[in-house]
Structure formats: C-alpha cells, structure tokens
Design a protein around this ligand. Structure first.
Ligand code: BTN
Length: 328
C-alpha cells in the first residue's frame, strides 16, 4: 500500500476527525515533510483536506466514486459493457475478471476498480494503482478464434486507448510494440492481456488496461524503469474519469465488432498508423542477441516483421525495440 493510500485509510477510519502530522508521520514511519507532500498530492488528486495548525489534518471530501449506472447510462454498445461492475477496491481487475470468467461470466463483462491492491504489469511487475485518479479496467471476451490469433486483441485494445486519448484530449498518443501507449516518449497507458485456452480453442481473453489519467508527478514511484506521464500532466487539466471510460468503451466495442466481422486487417492498419517505428531502422534486443533491421509491419499473430540487411524478414515474438539513431 502506498503512503498516500495509508493516509487515506487512516482518515477513513476516523471520519471527521483531525489527525496530527506527528501521528501520521509515526504511523507511516516517514518525516512530517513527507506527510505534507503526500497531503498535497491527495489535494491535487481531488481530495479536500483541511489543515489546522494546532490540530492536524482532516479529510472533508474526495473524488466522486465511479458508478456503474453513470458509466452505462445510454451507452450504445453491442458487445463490450453490456454488464459492468465498479469496485472501490480489488487485488487486480484482471484477477477479478478471471474469477468471474471461471464461474461462467459472459462476454463483454467490464470490471473497473477505483484502486488495486495488487495491480499487475507485464513481466511480473507491479502496476501502481492509487485511488481516485486513474482507470484500471479489465474486459472479458470469448471470441471464437484460433489460439494463435488471440494476441491480435492486444493491438485492438492499444488502438482503442490511443485513439480515445487523441480524440478526447488532442494528445499525440502513439503505440509501441508490443503493448505500450506513449505520449512524447513517456508511458501513459499499459496493457496486460491474458488468455485461457486449450491447444486449439480460446476459452476466454481478458483485456487488462491501465490508463494514467489524473496521476501527479509525486504519485509515480521513483523506482519506475521508464519515463511515465498522465493526461493531466500533458494537458494541465483534470480528466472526468466517467467520460473517458464511456468514450473508451464505445471505441473498443466498435473495433471489437469490426474485428469479429472483418478479422485483423483494419486493426492492423490502424495500429501501424499509430506506430512511429513503421519503416524505421531499429535495434531489437532479444536477450541473447541483437538484431538490426527495418520494421515492415505486424504479422497475423502480432509478431513484429523486421526486414534484415540481406532482405530476409524475421518475425519478432518478444524483445525490446529501439530506433537506431542516425549519425550525421
Ligand atoms: C504494463 O504495461 O506493464 C501493463 C500494465 C497493465 C495494468 C492494468 S490495470 C488493469 C489491469 N489489472 C491489472 O492488474 N493490470 C491491468
């Protein structure tokens, strides 16, 4: 649990009461200056906190909770978002959807949490999930497609996130293979898509999406391995989370319906249009060796197609792709 969430928990246990800076700093084992910094970051995230010199801090109000009825009101979707659950907290929305899928939940179920206590990122990493600021959502799909095509859905969700950000906030969000969304080179959203399948048949796919909407600089952990940003940091304005979720679900639903009818082609073209590295010279770190070539597109299963100097096209299934800097 982050310091910020610990402070919130203390406030919520003692509604209406002042808690002194000293008590907070003792409870969290951090300095009073660090407490003050966290209180400031809570204020920026929309919490109203009164500070009184002799008494301490008191929580007066917080951001609006996410309400399923509000998100679903007149939402014209065909498949995604026909049922939607909003939780104040869960371990991970992906894990939550997996449990419901095992009990037979239907395609299109959307689970949103205000905060995650064990948000998961790729490669076993943690996904920082403070309350009141971002979107943490997982969606259950049951497409009748071969297992090898399931990764195509990652590109579908990447396109829906990037296009919603660009349309609603005039950002220039771009996609980075395989599943990052970047603005100005900093990560604004991440995707963790998971599958349950037998040899040939997909049982279900979970699209897990985290979008940094109102996160402030202080809320990003110092230990992040990459630069990160949020819509608020980019635009200087707070995002209405409900409106973003509605716009995102509409876009995702439209593309999923199109995908079921027309397969991967349209999504592949949209993804390629959002990718800065198409036709660019890149280096790919495969862990045990490096490859250099030109990105020529996506394959049917989501592999990156890399044309090598000798003209052969190599399929990259996993690896870290970086542009080759041209020296003049
Ligand atoms: C990454 O870039 O590493 C992927 C991050 C994915 C985070 C989202 S938040 C909603 C869903 N639930 C999780 O536990 N993870 C995904």
């Amino acid at each position: 649990m982050t310091s910020r969430d610990q402070i919130l928990r203390l406030f919520r246990r003692r509604p209406g009461e002042y808690i002194s800076g000293q008590e907070l700093s003792q409870a969290l084992q951090v300095s009073r200056a660090a407490i003050w910094k966290q209180i400031e970051s809570l204020r920026q995230a929309g919490y109203e906190i009164e500070a009184r010199r002799s008494r301490g801090y008191r929580l007066l109000g917080g951001p609006e909770p996410l309400l399923a009825e509000e998100i679903m009101a007149d939402l014209l979707v065909q498949r995604i978002g026909r049922s939607l659950i909003c939780l104040a907290e869960t371990d991970s929305t992906n894990s939550h959807v997996r449990r419901l899928a095992a009990e037979g939940a239907e395609e299109g179920l959307v689970v949103i949490a205000d905060r995650q206590s064990a948000g998961r990122g790729r490669l076993g990493r943690r996904w920082e999930s403070p309350s009141g600021v971002n979107l943490y959502v997982s969606i259950l799909l049951r497409p009748q497609i071969p297992v090898q095509q399931a990764p195509q859905l990652t590109f579908l969700s990447a396109v829906a996130v990037a296009e919603t950000l660009n349309r609603c906030y005039q950002l220039n969000a771009r996609v980075k293979w395989p599943n990052d969304i970047l603005v100005g080179g900093a990560k604004i959203a991440g995707l963790l898509n998971e599958m349950d399948a037998e040899t040939e048949q997909v049982h279900f796919v979970i699209l897990g999406i985290g979008v940094n909407l109102n996160m402030t600089k202080e809320q990003f952990p110092d230990t992040l391995l990459y630069p990160a940003t949020s819509v608020k940091l980019e635009t200087g304005r707070s995002v209405d989370r409900v409106e973003f979720i509605r716009q995102f679900l509409l876009t995702l639903d439209r593309y999923y319906v199109e995908f079921l009818a027309e397969e991967f082609g349209p999504i592949r073209r949209r993804w390629e249009a959002l990718c800065d590295l198409l036709n660019a010279s890149v280096q790919v770190d495969l862990g045990d060796r490096m490859l250099e070539g030109v990105v020529v597109g996506l394959d049917y299963d989501g592999a990156l197609r890399l044309q090598l100097a000798d003209g052969r096209v190599e399929r990259i299934l996993a690896g870290d792709v970086k542009p080759v800097k041209c020296e003049k």
